[in-house]
Design a protein around this ligand. Structure first.
Ligand code: WTA
Length: 632
């Protein structure tokens, strides 16, 4: 893989140019570094109107041969996954490529023995333990499509995702650890499965000693199933365009969107960007702190690093347990070279006494990274000074669940960085800024809505079961472009700075949350007439959620009702959606056509009440004053 690494700034510009002028040749060179069972016959076929994008057409492969088998000969004993448990007293595990290969093959046979076949969907609801990685790769080994649901979602959320993809199997654990807490995952699954007729089998891995109820007709234990499973499992031959996985992401309206990622293009994109952005070298220890339940975990804990033959750290716990020094302690303990985390984690850790950092030797660090939301200057400077000791490159990586891989970022130590800017596009990525007239803005500096003009291999191919929605959400706002939903500005040198979402998605602690499902949930409370949920700036979380709600009976407004609303949200969608603030109001500002003016509420919530813009067109302008007066 050495010859796909960009080695200098000059090399970057040369490759970038090639990737734009001759994109097919450019990606062919990269794709040919991987193991294919049969070479593709055509590199790219695309049309953003249908939309239809296909890469490496008729190419045959199995991604797990690239993640595992390929490495066995030369470095089978190298650590593939370095697992650090939640409890600091429990020993870390070094799982070699050879061992991982064996475990994946065994579990792939368990899947087969339980009637899972190519194309079937398997839902994974698990903590950050090696078995999650093994289960994902085992699915990929036999061509089953995994759908990982973040183990913080509620049973209702699991239910919705299982029923959307018609999963045949669910894999979970009896319980999970999260800092000092244990959470009963199996019980949450049991609740969900009351309404999931397609799930015929549940495989339970015992993470703790606590027994859980098992349904004898449906539930089996991982440990028992694996006992007699063979470790020989030839990889299923997959087409380059066969789906590898589904991963749900919030929509600004309606239900979550099951983004479908392909096998060949996703492999090429995630690995290429992993190697180049982080400048990973053979013996490096790389750590991405994301949860595998999100795209960052898929691409940059599992697939990218493993295809590149890296050692990837998998951490089960949280940054605050047993104390706020845990991340830094682990960097010292495992001599981590690349450390990739989220701005929200940095902001939370920045608030702690600096002694938590200073206690540890961070000299192994060569590269720092961030992802998930715009990083504010203060957090960037703290990260640079205290973790990077003012010399380590920081890559600010902009991308999305939909893009599959990093799109805009500096390359560590190779291309220049600029605080709070994601900087330049990766080779193969053609970003544009569009104005309100849907025209591309040429020249710099510029500000507009961020879109992508040309396909790239790792882009999502569709929304599961809803191609129409795929077209509407991403390819209809600006015809002929993929629209990201983000706003951005570009400096004189062409560096991009992402300014945030331009739709009703709020990024809270790095989690991409649609406000519409939260509003729908609050509206279900019998005392609530209607509500509007918006994001407002929050020191640590980046954004937090603020709800304005009207009630049938004003006298029902109480702290108790707020608790009830938050409990309802936790139950229906998940705890990460809980509101920071709830304000009961006599009315919501509305346009004459009845649309809630969230723009005004956003300004009120963030305290920018001097310039509310024109409120005269509102149906009920007087309500604005009243809301401001009672603001929390
Ligand atoms: C935001 C996460 C600024 C952006 C990989 C995007 C960012 C959304 C950055 C996707 C960044 C992600 N700077 N904003 N470096 N990275 N975002 O799907 O709004 O969870 O559209 O994918 O996060 O979030 P998602």
């Amino acid at each position: 893989m050495k010859n796909i690494i960009i080695s200098s700034e000059k090399d970057y510009f040369k490759k970038y140019k090639k990737s734009v002028t001759e994109p097919e040749e450019f990606w062919e060179t990269i794709a040919s570094q991987f193991d294919w069972k049969k070479k593709w016959s055509k590199t790219l076929e695309w049309d953003f109107n249908t939309p239809s994008v296909k890469w490496f057409l008729n190419g045959k492969l199995n991604i797990t041969e690239n993640c595992l088998d390929r490495h066995l000969k030369d470095f089978g004993n190298k650590t593939a996954i370095l697992w650090e448990p939640n409890n600091p007293g429990e020993t870390a595990k070094h799982i070699s490529y050879k061992e991982l290969h064996r475990e994946v093959c065994k579990f792939a046979n368990v899947l087969k023995n339980n009637n899972i076949k190519k194309g079937d969907r398997v839902c994974l609801y698990m903590p950050m333990i090696p078995q999650l990685a093994i289960a994902m790769l085992a699915c990929a080994r036999i061509g089953a499509i995994h759908s990982v649901v973040f183990a913080g979602f509620s049973s209702k959320a699991i239910e919705g995702r299982i029923n959307d993809a018609l999963c045949k199997m669910l894999i979970t654990t009896n319980e999970m650890f999260r800092g000092a807490k244990t959470i009963g995952l199996k019980a949450i699954c049991d609740e969900a499965l009351k309404n999931c007729p397609t799930v015929k089998k549940v495989i339970v891995f015992n993470r703790t000693q606590t027994p859980v109820a098992m349904n004898p007709k449906r539930d089996v234990f991982w440990s028992e199933e694996i006992e007699n499973a063979s470790s020989d499992c030839p990889a299923e031959i997959m087409d380059s365009e066969d789906p590898l996985f589904i991963l749900y992401t919030s929509g600004s309206t309606g239900t979550p969107k099951g983004m479908v990622h392909s096998t060949g293009g996703y492999m090429v994109g995630s690995t290429y960007t992993f190697l180049n952005v982080f400048q990973y070298r053979t013996n490096d220890i790389y750590w991405c702190t994301a949860d595998i339940g999100w795209i960052t975990g898929h691409s940059y804990i599992i697939y990218g690093p493993l295809c590149a033959g890296a050692t990837t750290v998998l951490f089960e716990g949280v940054p605050s347990y047993p104390d706020y020094g845990r991340f830094w302690q682990l960097i010292e303990k495992h001599k981590v070279n690349q450390f990739y985390t989220a701005p929200t984690a940095i902001r939370a850790l920045e608030k702690q006494p600096i002694s938590f950092v200073e206690k540890y030797d961070l000299s192994s660090i060569k590269v720092l990274g961030t992802v998930g939301e715009p990083i504010n200057n203060e957090a960037w400077q703290w990260y640079h000074k205290y973790i990077g000791k003012e010399k380590t490159p920081i890559v600010d990586t902009w991308w999305q669940t939909e893009t599959g891989a990093i799109m805009i970022s500096s390359l560590a130590g190779i291309t220049p960085e600029k605080p709070t800017f994601a900087t330049l596009p990766l080779p193969g990525v053609q970003p544009v800024l569009l104005d309100d007239n849907k025209k591309e803005i040429v020249g710099n500096p510029a500000e507009g809505r961020l879109a992508i003009a040309f396909p790239w291999p790792s882009m999502a191919r569709t929304i599961w079961n809803n191609h129409k929605r795929f077209k509407e959400v991403y390819f209809s706002t600006f015809e002929g472009y993929y629209f990201t939903g983000d706003g951005a500005l570009r400096d004189e040198k062409g560096n991009y700075r992402i300014t945030g979402r331009v739709d009703d998605i709020v990024i809270v602690s790095g989690h991409n949350l649609g406000t519409a499902p939260i509003e729908n949930t609050i509206d279900e409370h019998p005392k609530v007439v209607e509500c509007a949920v918006i994001g407002f700036p929050h020191e640590i979380k980046g954004n937090a959620l603020y709800a304005f709600a009207t009630l049938y009976h004003q006298e029902d407004a109480s702290e108790q009702l707020k608790i009830e609303i938050n409990n309802l949200i936790a139950k229906e969608i998940g705890v990460i959606y809980k509101l920071d603030k709830i304000q009961f109001v006599n009315g919501l500002p509305k346009t004459r056509s009845g649309k809630i003016m969230r723009r005004i509420l956003r300004k009120i919530a963030s305290g920018e009440t001097t310039d509310l813009g024109d409120t005269s067109t509102l149906l009920n302008p007087q309500i604005v004053e009243e809301i401001i007066k009672n603001k929390i």
